[in-house]
Design a protein around this ligand. Structure first.
Ligand code: PMP
Length: 431
């Protein structure tokens, strides 16, 4: 059947999909239709930027009007190699012709090899495969609690986990229960007990919160969603020392900071604050697929026994192949060193702007936050869009910049140039 230029409006969508094919129907949708349909049929738990992205390539995306942007949201660090990374897609295509989905009721070679590769990359003993960062954090909480009862000897149901204010670890009811962001938790209670919140960066507060029932300290090495908040020097190492002295687990949530993003394979390496458990996600999927995991020492990972934890899709052959290729690529190239250098260049470029709209710039590697002065939020988002930069605010009026690890100085220079243009426009419209 010949494809019409415009889809007839009166046919129902399922008929259109059947008659013309998914691809054609996708191509025909305008930005306005996309917004209207999303808001009509989807829950309103996001407030997207007013742009419909139709294609991506490397660090760039294109919108429904054909305008190009440098994607600095980078799917919150998940797009480690930019859009459509060739090597990962090749492995994905090959694996798609062989085996995609089994269950954990059987063994697969893909899972076996992936587990080993992940342990070698992270220098840990064992791994538990999951799909999303939230699941990885939930898994770590379970491991720490069970370990505290079965090994440390904490009384049943009394385990405590120390967390930081302004944290972000996901959206499950357990996790939002210990968020300090009212918007994340309002109306979702009752929440799980056993979480003690301390200010991020205050080692004495963490020390004072430890009791004989403390199973673990769970924190992000940089609070990314919190507004790219970097703890004071010595904090990570201080937590490591505190945990060792008190027989408490240190759990780093490296879901957003991991895999070279901050200039080391993992952000805890800035202070050699090695965790007992580490939560991983986002970039582990090579920018194409949700893949997550918890890794750790055998002593704690061994508390899981058959039936105590699981996931239908966790460790499926397709995600294992994709993650293995990601790990192979990450270990072949010096992304850590490269990101440290590029990050310093980026940060200096932003500092040199010395712009009156900017309150502070901070970051490590290619995870950079630009905090603007109060009152400029809306204009700044739009000015960035106009200059061809896709970025969105985290908390504290901080715009996040997380371009691909495979960026170069020319690209970072272009991002800084566009940021300056956008900030100049904001300043001009405010004066
Ligand atoms: N932990 C951290 C540090 C994160 O940044 C995120 C996601 N932004 C999560 C956990 C949750 O990951 P997911 O959305 O994949 O469940």
């Amino acid at each position: 059947m010949a494809l019409p230029n415009n889809l007839p409006e009166d046919t129902d969508l399922l008929a259109q999909l059947r008659n013309f094919g998914v691809e054609h129907v996708i191509e025909k949708m305008t930005h306005e239709e996309c917004v209207e349909t999303t808001l009509r049929y989807g829950t309103h738990n996001y407030h997207p930027i007013d742009v419909t992205i139709t294609a991506g390539h490397g660090p760039y995306v294109t919108d429904a009007h054909g305008k190009s942007y440098i994607d600095c949201v980078g799917c919150y660090s998940a797009l480690c190699f930019g859009h459509l990374p060739t090597k990962i897609l090749d492995v994905m295509a090959a694996q798609s012709k062989r085996l995609i989905l089994t269950s954990r009721a059987v063994y697969t070679r893909e899972l076996a090899l992936y587990l080993r590769a992940l342990c070698e990359f992270t220098d840990t003993d064992m791994a538990c495969p999951m799909n999303t960062g939230t699941e990885a954090v939930e898994t770590a909480i379970k491991l720490a609690r069970r370990w505290s009862y079965s090994v440390k000897g904490v009384e049943a149901d009394k385990a405590e986990i120390i967390v930081a204010a302004e944290n972000f670890h996901g959206r499950s009811t357990t996790i939002v229960g210990f968020s300090s962001e009212e918007n994340y938790k309002a109306g979702f209670g009752p929440f799980a007990a056993g979480f003690i919140t301390v200010p991020f960066g205050d080692i004495n507060a963490a020390k004072a919160a430890i009791t004989p029932n403390t199973a673990a300290i769970l924190m992000e090495p940089i609070q990314a969603e919190g507004g790219i908040l970097i703890p004071p020097d010595g904090y990570m190492a201080g937590l490591r020392e505190l945990c060792t002295k008190n027989n408490v687990f240190l759990i780093w949530d490296e879901v957003q900071t991991g895999f070279c993003r901050t200039g080391y394979r993992f952000a805890w390496q800035y202070e050699d604050a090695e965790p007992d458990l580490m939560c991983l996600g986002k970039a582990l999927g090579g920018g194409v697929f949700p893949v997550a995991a918890v890794v750790g020492r055998e002593e704690v990972m061994a508390v899981f026994t058959p039936g105590s934890h699981g996931s239908t899709f966790g460790g499926n052959p397709l995600s294992c192949a994709v993650a293995m290729e990601t790990l192979a690529e990450m270990s072949a190239a010096d992304y850590d060193v490269r990101c440290r250098k590029l990050g310093a260049f980026f940060l200096q470029g932003l500092k040199d702007l010395d712009h009156k709209v900017v309150r502070e710039v901070r970051g490590r590697g290619l995870l950079i936050g630009l905090e603007i002065q109060p009152g400029y939020d809306e204009q700044t988002t739009n000015a960035f869009l106009k200059t061809g930069i896709l970025t969105k605010e985290t908390r504290h009026r901080t715009f996040r910049f997380a371009p691909p690890l495979s960026s170069d100085e020319a690209l970072i220079g272009e991002i800084v140039r566009r940021i300056k243009l956008a900030l100049d426009e904001v300043a001009a419209s405010a004066s």
